[in-house]
Ligand binder design. Structure first.
Ligand code: RAT
Ligand code: ZN
Length: 419
């Protein structure tokens, strides 16, 4: 069998890259975590880790109770069941299960006795403020970008009231209801003082823009974002395409902010699973191509959920410098696919990419998501540098540092700044 590039790298090169990747702080550009000022919205701890929807979906493969019976249980009881099914009755080989163990190990806890109660006692003693710092340190994360929705009734009042920001937490303006459920959203905007009608008249469009301006300013958004279903198309005679074209993209251009498009989620293929019930489908990357071509002065961030969309997405990024590809999202956030996708991206678009985000919903998850991804990114990068060595090019330590800084937030920041 032919040796892979990583195997032919010198141990010194491999160790140097691994060290730099392990110690370069990362800016996590998409999470579902919250500034501590949001109190209970910032989830952390063992039970939250166990009832993560990635794990709940897996547990239901072994559970034989009705869905509603599970949902009627307390969080602790749900966590007990997930633990029993996924860690005790079977070995926890899936990525999401292994993640829990990586977190416990990094925190210095030993789960080998399978004693959930003892582990819970340790978590009960932690204080939020210290714990946040501990998780960020262990994960090597310097900044966390939240996902912030003005349409969320729990989140919205705090933004309206205002609070002292923790500067480790930045914001992104999530607008799925605006683009994907306009019929329900228009009345809400009217209630909040924006004079919109259901048909997209000139007045309605300028009021939607005013809404976007207000919220962009209020939360200090770094970008705007939406997750799209596989059938999203552009141009198209849909509210999503028309609102994007007439209101959202002009706003992004004028505010100098990117629009993040996350392609390929099939919402609620199994509603009984609630948050765990979404699936994946193949998207039309041609829609993104059309957007990038039609709006050359607007910046787009994009990721895709389907493995089969990844190559076309990279090729699109080669054609449009107003497009920045990011992350191995959700179902692609497993080692085999991260490795394949990251290598393909480096081979096709070099270092002008942000290879990973965590998508963490529970603070502690940043520890495993980044530890696991860092190992793979280091391996892929080492392989690329080894191939350069064979072509007669050597990279200096400072150049490796520069490259890794770019992958871990530098290229993203530059893209957002437009320089
Ligand atoms: O990764 C997830 O937790 C998903 O449920 C989604 O939130 C997805 O990441 C999204 O942002 O739509
Ligand atoms: Zn997400």
């Amino acid at each position: 069998m032919r040796a892979t590039s990583t195997e032919t790298a010198t141990p010194k090169l491999a160790a140097e890259v691994a060290h730099i990747v392990a110690t370069t702080p990362v800016s996590d550009i998409h999470t579902h975590l919250y500034d501590p000022a949001f109190g209970p919205l910032l989830l952390w701890g063992l039970d939250e880790l166990l009832v993560y929807h990635y794990l709940v979906a897996e547990a239901f493969r072994y559970l034989d109770m009705p869905y509603d019976t599970f949902w009627a249980l307390s969080k602790t009881q749900q966590a007990d069941l997930v633990w029993e099914k996924l860690f005790v009755e079977h070995s926890p080989v899936s990525e999401a299960c292994r993640g829990v163990l990586t977190v416990l190990q990094a925190l210095g806890l030993d789960p080998r006795k399978r004693d959930l109660k003892a582990l819970r006692r340790w978590f009960a003693k932690q204080k939020t403020a210290n714990y946040i710092t501990r998780c960020l340190d262990l994960a090597g994360v310097r900044q966390i970008c939240m996902t912030n929705s003005p349409f969320d009734p729990v989140e919205r009042p705090l933004w309206e009231k205002g609070f002292a920001r923790d500067d480790r937490f930045t914001a992104a303006l999530r607008i799925d209801p605006l683009l994907l459920a306009w019929g329900d959203t228009a009345p809400a905007l009217t209630r909040w003082g924006y004079a919109v009608g259901v048909s997209l008249s000139g007045k309605t469009i300028s009021e939607v823009r005013r809404f976007l301006e207000d919220w962009t300013r209020r939360i200090r958004a770094r970008y705007l974002m939406v997750s799209l279903s596989p059938d999203f198309d552009f141009p198209a005679d849909t509210f999503a395409a028309r609102l994007l074209e007439q209101a959202v993209l002009p706003h992004c251009r004028d505010a100098g902010l990117p629009m993040a498009l996350m392609f390929g989620v099939k919402r609620q293929v199994n509603p009984s699973l609630k948050l765990a019930g979404d699936g994946v489908g193949l998207s039309r990357i041609s829609a993104l191509e059309n957007l990038c071509a039609r709006f050359p002065d607007t910046k787009f961030l994009a990721t895709a959920l389907a493995r089969e969309n990844q190559h076309e997405l990279c090729v699109t990024a080669r054609k449009f410098r107003n497009l920045h590809v990011f992350g191995c999202w959700w179902f692609t956030n497993v080692p085999s696919l991260i490795e394949e996708i990251t290598r393909m991206r480096l081979e096709l678009i070099g270092l002008s990419v942000t290879p990973q985000h965590s998508d963490a919903r529970v603070l502690d998850q940043i520890i495993y998501k980044w530890q696991h991804s860092r190992q793979i990114i280091a391996r892929v990068l080492t392989g690329q540098y080894a191939a350069l060595q064979r072509a007669g090019w050597t990279v200096t330590r400072e150049e490796i540092r520069r490259d890794v800084r770019d992958l871990f937030g530098g290229a993203f920041d530059r893209f957002c700044r437009g320089s």
